[in-house]
Design a protein around this ligand. Structure first.
Ligand SMILES: Cc1ncc(COP(=O)(O)O)c(C=O)c1O
Length: 391
């Protein structure tokens, strides 16, 4: 039998694992409601036309069929530098922000050390920390999933090597107030910890123009690394283009490390980087319609939850996720709840425990991406299922 490296034990991605079970149920002929995966393009969303055109033109020209400079397309890095207020030399184009997260943990966190993550968190951070032999620690949030700064301060240990902020948040759809961001930046400055701001949903706020960016809050005394990309704000997850932008004390050293990691992986698809350039520098007119659709669907979901009883859901203010708590059910844990729901209703959600070991009770993450009539159909089934599943 093939002996795999022990680190493979740490590679888990429940968001996708759950699909395996759901596919088995679908094979039996059940109508499925795929509320598990945060990919708008599997619903009625598309990248803006001018961005798709830029990708097509870049491919047709043949000019971008070579290896790109490993740090990224130069024009794209200048554009990213302008957005983030850093010199282009401190910007790094990555294969999705996912690769950027991998680079950051490789560069910053050693074996036996810790990444301090929001509770709950996007699971990729957990996997990446563990694969690097580090561990995941969490700083608490309140019942609306807003971090509590005082608790963050207490969560810092001698092993902490970076603080991660995900704003707007996956899996909760929460956006953080300026005061909370300021307090987080203050803690990072106080302990001289690199602050990683994952802002991949920053344009997808549902009630505000955009979320508050850490770059507008953190002072010069913080090593700030901002991560973003075109997967969400520009509805182009398949392009696989993300970026990191670095500023503050230690920016030179971290940039040298990131450049090495970029060199070691050669480059990111150049044609798609040209599409990203069109996205960042072109019109943002798609946002109004995208946000209108998401707002309408969020409101449908929240109304239906409020009518069901026993469902408590912090109102998402951005992105397309919600993390409701389901009370009074007969299930022993969130996995039993989710698997039973898949079997009985065809509704697929992700158990809350995939996002945090510290959630008390039965939570599950869903996306509110389907059209209102499809969402309503799923909500009818969910309501019936919950009624049947009471203790
Ligand atoms: C919070 C967060 N960060 C990063 C990513 C990864 O983004 P990318 O598609 O750019 O790799 C995701 C994807 O869902 C996400 O939700």
């Amino acid at each position: 039998m093939l002996k795999l490296a022990p680190r493979m034990e740490q590679v888990k991605y429940e968001i996708r694992d759950i699909v395996v079970r759901a596919k088995q149920v679908e094979k039996k002929g059940k109508k499925m409601h795929w509320l598990n995966i945060g990919d708008p393009n599997q619903f009625d969303f598309l990248p803006p036309e001018h961005v798709r055109k830029a990708a097509a033109e870049a491919a047709a020209s043949g000019k971008y069929s070579a290896y790109c400079p490993s740090q990224g397309d130069e024009e794209l890095r200048v554009a990213v530098g302008k957005i983030e207020g850093v010199p282009a030399e401190h910007t790094f184009i990555t294969s999705g922000l996912s690769e950027g997260i991998d680079f950051l943990f490789t560069a910053l966190i050693g074996i036996g050390e810790e990444a301090l993550l929001p509770n709950p968190t996007y699971p990729l951070y957990v996997s990446k920390a563990r694969v690097h032999g580090a561990s995941d620690a969490y700083y608490p949030s309140d019942s609306d999933f807003i971090p509590v700064a005082e608790e963050l301060r207490k969560s810092v240990t001698g092993k902490t090597r970076s603080i991660v902020v995900i704003n707007p948040n996956n899996p909760t759809g929460a956006t953080y107030p300026r005061k909370v961001l300021q307090e987080i930046a203050d803690v990072a400055a106080e302990f001289k910890l690199p602050l990683i701001a994952d802002e991949i949903y920053d344009q997808l706020t549902l009630d505000e123009d955009h979320s508050i960016n850490m770059r507008d809050v953190a002072g010069d005394d913080v090593l700030l690394i901002t991560g973003n990309g075109i997967s969400k704000n520009y509805l182009y997850p398949g392009a696989r283009v993300g970026y990191l932008a670095v500023r503050g004390p230690g920016a030179e050293e971290l940039s040298s490390a990131l450049l090495k990691l970029c060199n070691a992986r050669l480059s990111v698809n150049w044609e798609m980087q040209r599409a990203a350039l069109a996205a960042f520098t072109g019109p943002k007119t798609h946002l109004a319609e995208t946000k209108r659709k998401l707002r309408e669907r969020r409101d449908v979901m929240m109304k239906r939850f409020s009518e069901m009883g026993g469902v408590h859901c912090a109102r998402p203010t951005a992105a397309f996720y919600a993390l409701p708590k389901f009370e009074g059910l007969k299930f022993k844990d969130d996995k039993e709840f989710v698997y039973s729901m898949i079997e009985e209703t065809g509704i697929v959600m992700v158990p809350g425990s995939a996002f945090s070991p510290h959630l008390d009770g039965i939570y599950a993450r869903l996306v509110f991406l389907p059209k209102p009539d499809e969402l309503n159909e799923a909500m009818d089934k969910l309501g019936d299922f919950l009624k049947k599943s009471r203790k």
